[in-house]
Design a protein around this ligand. Structure first.
Ligand code: FE2
Length: 382
């Protein structure tokens, strides 16, 4: 299958993957296999979806592997939706959250920690096709998924920092579950912000920015109960800190910020850039990858970026690309050794054929430097 902008999808084309909504039962808006009639396409446009995976003859055999199974994503969607409801009620009542209120999210975090990244895959299809309307919910799940993917590799290679500040390899899966829970709820402070501000398309004024930037502290305040784990609290409070001290709310520098929050910062920025949001269209994976790589040692923890760079491909399978010699095609496969030089299925007038870019250094994929205007790396993402 391949990823195509919705307005270029031929009528009757077969949807390659589920389009996710935010129903509490996790049922998707449209299922893989659906024939995309004009009516379905209009519905997707209305829901804020701008690109979909399509299964067709020329992309046969190209299968972007989702980062988690459909069943786990559905369970995560249901658990996070119900947790957000509980948080909203607690906010209305002015009550702090208790550890018990996070049990649903904790259970699904454990399931994600047990499933994601086990096969050592790279270049998984991280961004599920979800609409801008469902950004808050699916963003939480995708940030947790990417965080587990990074944490899995990082902890297995060099252990995690335990409470004594020493590297540990003990019970890594439990540690990943705790990371996933923190990332699933890192933005709960945003549930206290008026929807009009979060969904605003125009630039924010100073007051509105201040509201947005208060969300890590608001979230930490909501989690003040002693029954909530310290690891979760610190992830929520510190996920907008930056390696060079330019973040908020505390301006912490380098490893003064907890490791979980340093992983959360990278996962949050990448997923924000590559997702449909109310005020910005999804950018391609290579834009997100470049922003993260360029932020190495300034915005982001260099070690976290190094792991990210090994497992998140700028051109994942299914991506439509153009080559510097004028040929175009779809990324067919990516290997970790050559993560920037995938095998491309070239589509033209004749029979499609596969071109391993690792063996053709004279050809490059048109990307960031060819975009007009080039996207500006930013320090903060809403
Ligand atoms: Fe945030």
């Amino acid at each position: 299958m391949r990823l195509i902008p919705l307005d270029a999808v031929p009528n009757g084309a077969e949807l390659g993957r589920d389009v996710i909504g935010d129903r509490e039962d996790g049922i998707p808006l449209l299922r893989a296999g659906t024939a995309l009639t004009p009516r379905f396409k209009e519905g997707l446009v209305r829901a804020g979806v701008h690109a979909v995976y399509v299964s067709d003859e020329v992309s046969r055999g190209i299968n972007p592997r989702p980062v988690m199974s459909d069943a786990t994503r559905a369970a995560a969607t249901a658990a996070v939706a119900s947790t957000f409801e509980i948080v909203r009620s607690a906010l209305d009542a002015g009550e702090p959250l208790t550890g018990e209120m996070l049990d649903n999210a904790g259970a699904v975090a454990g399931r994600m920690a047990g499933e994601i990244g086990r096969d050592g895959d790279v270049a998984l299809a991280l961004a599920d096709m979800s609409s801008a309307d469902h950004y808050t919910l699916q963003h939480a799940i995708d940030v947790a998924a990417l965080g587990v993917l990074i944490g899995q590799r990082l902890y297995r290679e060099r252990g995690y920092l335990d409470y004594r500040g020493e590297r540990s390899f003990e019970r890594i899966e439990r540690r990943l579950a705790s990371l996933a829970l923190g990332l699933l709820i890192q933005d709960i402070g945003k549930l206290a912000i008026p929807r009009e501000v979060l969904a605003k398309r125009d630039p924010l004024n100073d007051y509105e920015w201040a509201l947005i930037q208060a969300h890590p502290l608001t979230g930490a305040e909501m989690l003040r109960s002693e029954s909530v784990s310290m690891l979760v609290k610190t992830t929520v409070r510190s996920h907008h800190e930056r390696w060079d001290g330019g973040g908020y709310p505390d301006g912490k520098v380098a490893d003064e910020t907890h490791e979980h929050a340093r992983i959360g910062a990278v996962a949050d920025a990448y997923d924000a850039i590559t997702s449909e949001r109310p005020h910005a269209h999804a950018r391609p994976a290579h834009v997100g990858v470049r922003v993260i790589r360029e932020g190495r040692g300034t915005l982001f923890d260099p070690e976290v970026v190094d792991v990210f760079s090994k497992i998140v491909a700028p051109y994942p399978p299914g991506d439509a690309i153009e080559l510097s010699d004028g040929r175009g095609g779809v990324v067919a496969s990516v290997s970790e050794d050559e993560i920037d030089r995938p095998v491309v299925r070239v589509l033209g007038d004749g029979q499609p054929y596969e071109l391993p870019l690792a063996e053709h250094p004279e050809v490059r994929i048109l990307g960031w430097e060819d975009m007009d205007p080039a996207p500006e790396p930013r320090r903060h993402w809403k």
